[in-house]
Design a binder for this molecule. Sequence first.
Ligand code: DGL
Length: 277
Amino acid sequence: MSSVASGSTERPCIGVFDSGFGGLTVLRALLQHLPGADYLYLGDTARLPYGSKSAETITRYTAAAIRTLTGHGAQLVVIACNTASALALPHLQANSIIPLVGVIQPGAQAAKLATKDTSQPILVLATEATVASHAYQQACAEHGLSTLEKACPLLVPLVEEGWTDHPVTRQVAEIYLNEAVATARPGAILLGCTHYPLLRPLLQRSAESLLGPIPVIDSAEATALHVQTMLPQAAHASPAQPALRFFATDSPQKFQRLGQRFLAHPIESVTLLDLDT
Ligand code: DGL
């Protein structure tokens, strides 16, 4: 496996890739746990959603994004997109010249830590492509956990619309949750999509009214903690604030406007990129 030089006094540069804005929730966690790094974020907003695309297409798009981030100086790339982590990462990791980190393994690990009763399955909410890959099922099985996997394709567009606490979103979430728990009662809910942490309060309320108290986990923090073990020198804040650069493949203005909601931080400027060239 490729590794990042350790012991260096220079700030490492971490690339973060997502199909759109959602991965900014992962960047937020990285900034919190690795304030001593600089960051490049690339959102393939022109081609979102990835969640309904084939493994071949997702792998091709993800490979191009990693090349771009590496070309701009990233020494490690976090694939914040659950769909790309599930479908593309296993193919790309073997030939990568820099370390690539996905969100599936850290998410499964977080589920293990949050689950008291391992006889109950973990309910994984994710895109259609992630569910079809069964990547979370396999990763959870490695921790002795069973899963119920539920595709929730309507949630991404609802979050993109800003309807994170809207009656329609509540109704949609309740339908998905009811369908998901029809056959078994889960012990925890794992948010297996970049956009769902924005719905956490709504999902938590809906799940609790259906099932009673239940842990809701997302992989953002677990992923950041995993990256911290790879770059311990970046765990400590330094006098300089992290340098942040943002790239998007469609409207920089829209990225700036919506992205601030995901990042919970102002986004100064966004560079438009064409990943096809
Ligand atoms: N980033 C995707 C994920 O985490 C959600 C949005 C999309 O479908 O592209 O699976």
